[in-house]
Ligand binder design. Structure first.
Ligand code: MN
Length: 235
C-alpha cells in the first residue's frame, strides 16, 4: 500500500539538530558500548583485558532520545539514577562487515551524549544474569547534543568532562577508549547492517555517580561541544 493509513497518529521520527544545517538528523538505532574505559571497568568491578575480550553492546529504544537542554523527571523504579558522559558517533552511510581501515567512511559526525542509567536495577540484573533493559532502556535516558558534522573524520583525542551542579564528576579523554572509533565501527558492523542515523554511544569513563532532583548536568568534549540536562522531580 503506497499511502497507508493508521489507526492513530504514528509517533514522530526521532531526530536531532545538526550544527549549521536547517535539516535535522533522523535517528535510527541507539547502540551503547559497555566498559570501554579501563578506569570505569575497574570502578564497576569488571576490569577489561583487551587481549582476550571483545567489545559488548546494549541498545535502547530511539524513543528514549532527548535533546540537550531538556528537563527530565527523575524516573520511576530507582533510588540510584546515574550519569554516564559519552562521545556519540553518528553514522551517515550504510556499512556491513566494514574493516577498521574503511570505518571512517561511515562517520557523519559526533555529539556529546549522556547514557542515564538506573544503576541499582542494572547491577541487580547483571548479577542475576538478566537483561539490562530496566536499568538502561529508561524513558528520556538517551540525551544527545546537536550533531557536529565531520564526515569521514575519526576522532582520536579530546578532553571529556562532566560536572553535576557545579561539582566535577567525570574527567577523561577519548584517547583512553579501550576500543577506538575505527575498532567499534568495524566490530559492530559484523553484527548489524549499520545505517545512516544509527548512533553509537562509545562508553563512559570513570566517575559515574548519582543525580538528584534539582541537579544540573554540564558535559563537554573538546572539539565536539557541550551538553546540559536538568533533573526534575519524580512523577
Ligand atoms: Mn554507557
Amino acid at each position: 500500500m503506497s499511502n497507508p493509513t493508521y489507526l492513530w497518529t504514528p509517533p514522530p521520527v526521532p531526530s536531532l539538530p545538526v550544527q549549521g544545517r536547517v535539516e535535522r538528523l533522523p535517528v535510527n538505532r541507539l547502540f551503547f558500548v559497555g566498559r570501554n574505559y579501563h578506569a570505569h571497568a575497574i570502578e564497576m568491578g569488571r576490569p577489561v583485558d583487551k587481549a582476550s575480550e571483545r567489545p559488548f553492546y546494549f541498545t535502547k529504544s530511539a524513543s528514549t532520545l532527548v535533546e540537550s537542554g531538556a528537563t527530565v523527571a527523575y524516573p520511576p523504579g530507582t533510588a540510584d539514577y546515574q550519569h554516564e558522559m559519552e562521545l556519540v558517533v553518528a553514522i551517515g552511510a550504510p556499512g556491513f562487515r566494514v574493516s577498521a581501515g574503511d570505518a571512517h567512511a561511515l562517520v557523519y559526525g559526533y555529539a556529546c551524549g549522556l547514557d542515564m542509567t538506573r544503576r541499582d536495577l542494572q547491577l541487580a540484573a547483571r548479577d542475576k544474569g538478566r537483561p539490562w533493559d530496566l536499568g538502561k532502556d529508561v524513558e528520556q535516558s538517551s540525551v544527545v547534543s546537536a550533531i557536529v558534522p565531520m564526515p569521514g573524520r575519526v576522532l582520536d583525542t579530546g578532553a571529556l568532562s562532566l560536572d553535576v551542579s557545579g561539582q566535577p564528576r567525570q574527567r577523561s579523554d577519548i584517547a583512553r577508549l579501550i576500543w577506538n572509533i575505527r575498532e567499534l565501527i568495524a566490530d559492530l558492523s559484523g553484527f548489524y547492517h549499520l545505517q545512516p542515523g544509527d548512533l553509537i554511544f562509545t562508553g563512559t569513563p570513570e566517575g559515574v555517580g548519582p543525580v538528584r532532583p534539582g541537579d544540573r548536568l554540564d558535559g563537554r568534549i573538546e572539539g565536539v561541544g557541550d551538553i546540559t540536562l536538568h533533573i526534575g522531580n519524580a512523577e
